[in-house]
Write a protein that binds this ligand. Structure first.
Ligand code: KIV
Ligand code: ZN
Length: 534
């Protein structure tokens, strides 16, 4: 590969860096669901995880490599420290993928060398070169990241990059690990690399950055203008601390302003050809899926995928848009897959119509998943006359979410009102199949339900976030509840959708508790876990 690619490579790290944010922990099946959707979205590379980090991470990378890493699928990548054992684990997990990449890294800034690695520059240079060569002995596609590159002495950075390219790195990634740099500085770093690394034409320049100052996307766009051709980003911008550069913002900026960016990629200004491989109509759906499964809500004013991103409240704007959309809209909502809330199905719709519409919406469900979703659809259709595409999406996402099925909600009943003490009765089926009922009084109906559930499950936890959003307008809308709870230092999320928000609240809470419970089970010694099952 050369550095002269005339399109932008989208490297998605939602499942690796994105998953590093507190509470975004996904299980293997959820990671697979997201990876399949990322493939539909058209990302070029999926960083599926950090294979050495845990057996769960290893299995997730392996499963994604097996199922999504097909001939025409994306490159599947695993992160690995510049350590032999990490590289071996990555290579092993990636074996099933047709197109695989090892992404190895080591810090290069003086502050990291002195306080974290306690190594000299000469030592780090030697390790980087040796480990890239080691990764290269397993596969041809090898990426190297000098961590904290944006704060690394440029002369040392050039030296390291030259050495790793000579050792076989096909992509060199420049991370702004602490989200410190500004757009013009970041652009200058990329320009400096092109001018000072003699063999840079043998590698793609990639960028990776965090959003601590809200500059990650702007930094990347400046990097593109200066020669970067791979962007490492996440859906909804999730990730460590303030997150990573957001995929949807980068892709849409490159799409909407392609005439501005075309010349930087050596294209005629007026070229209409897309600058990335992304199918933009899959953006909204991917955003919702990632938000639902990670429990990381999207702020309403978030660019591109926020609930208000295409809403015009001011009278002057509404008047202009009605006369001509272009007065206040720079892109059409349909471009990101936001359809006009079409009414398509109702309670008399059969399984075939249901399956067909889901297919049109891009859902490929197994027979079991389809059956589960159809039962839910019928339940919802009984309560809500008209089922829109958005409702369908909420139903399907809810049914196919992969939270461990340990405790199950069998019954929720509340009594509340202006002169009543909110009281709830719940019945849960335990993992052992027993039905347990308990009741509690709370400050409100949801509080009462959660207290009753806690009496049954009996795992102390702190509720740190509770949010209800309606999927569509209207009194009979489906409500989506997302919650996050803390147990010791870990955060677990839960999500559920129902026309009854008290039921959705109970279900979301139990989904989060099931994740917590399953994590406690996996921490126990094998004999303790099996003793409990007996
Ligand atoms: O932020 C960072 O520097 C990283 C590297 C591992 C690429 O995530
Ligand atoms: Zn990062």
């Amino acid at each position: 590969m050369t550095n002269k690619t005339d399109r932008i490579i989208i490297f998605d790290t939602t499942l690796r860096d994105g998953e590093q944010c507190p509470g975004a922990t996904l299980n293997i099946d959820e990671k697979l669901v997201i990876a399949k959707q990322l493939a539909r979205l058209g990302v070029d590379v999926i960083e599926a995880g950090f294979a050495f980090a845990s057996p769960g991470d290893f299995e997730a990378v392996k499963k994604i490599a097996q199922i999504v890493g097909t001939e025409n699928g994306p490159v599947v990548c695993s992160l690995a420290r510049a350590i032999k054992a990490d590289i071996e684990a990555a290579a092993e997990a990636l074996k099933p993928a047709v197109n695989a990449r090892i992404h190895t890294f080591i810090s290069t800034s003086d502050i990291h060398l002195e306080y974290q690695l306690r190594k000299s520059r000469a030592e780090v240079l030697a390790i980087a070169q040796e480990m890239v060569a080691y990764a290269k002995s397993f596969m041809t596609d090898v990426e190297f990241s000098p961590m904290d590159a944006a704060r690394t002495d440029p002369e040392f950075l050039y030296q390291v990059l030259e050495a790793v390219i000579a050792a076989g790195a096909t992509t060199v990634n420049i991370p702004d690990t602490v989200g410190y740099t500004t757009p013009s500085e970041f652009g200058a770093i990329i320009k400096g690399i092109i001018e000072n690394v003699p063999n840079i034409d043998q590698a793609i320049i990639s960028v990776h950055g965090h959003n601590d100052l809200g500059l990650a996307v702007a930094n990347f766009l400046e990097a593109v203008k200066n020669g970067a051709r791979q962007l490492e980003c996440t859906i909804n911008g999730i990730g460590e601390r303030a997150g990573n550069a957001s995929l949807e913002e980068l892709v849409m900026a490159l799409h909407v302003r392609r005439q501005y960016f075309n010349p930087y990629l050596g294209r005629p200004e007026e070229s209409q050809e897309s600058l990335t491989n992304i199918d933009t109509r899959q953006i909204y759906k991917t955003s919702r899926l990632v938000s639902n499964l990670t429990g990381m809500l999207v702020q309403p004013n978030k660019a591109i995928v926020g609930a208000n991103a295409f809403a015009h409240e001011s009278g002057i704007h509404q008047d202009g848009v009605l006369k001509n959309k272009l007065t206040y809209e720079i892109m059409d909502a349909q471009l990101i897959g936001l359809t006009d809330n079409q009414i398509v199905l109702g309670k008399h719709s059969g399984r075939n119509a249901f399956r067909t519409r889901l297919k049109e919406l891009g859902f490929e469900l197994s027979d079991t998943e389809l059956n589960k979703a159809f039962v839910r659809f019928k339940e919802v259709a009984d309560k809500k006359k008209e089922i829109s595409d958005w409702d369908l999406e909420a139903i399907v996402n809810d049914e196919i979410q992969q939270a461990p099925d340990l405790f199950r909600v069998e019954l929720v009943q509340v009594s509340c009102g202006s002169n009543a003490r909110p009281t709830a009765t719940v019945t849960l089926r335990t993992p052992e199949g027993e039905e347990l009922t308990d009741a509690a009084i709370g400050t409100g109906p949801v509080d009462a339900v959660y207290k009753a559930i806690n009496r049954v499950v009996n795992v102390p936890n702190e509720l740190i976030e509770f949010s209800v959003q309606s999927v569509t307008a209207g009194i009979d809308a489906i409500g989506e509840v997302t919650i996050r709870l803390r147990y010791e230092s870990k955060v677990f999320s839960g999500h559920a959708a129902n026309t009854d928000i008290i039921v959705a609240s109970a279900q979301a809470y139990v989904n989060a508790l099931n994740r917590l419970y399953s994590s406690l089970q996996s921490q126990k010694k094998p004999e303790e876990v099996s003793a409990q099952k007996v």
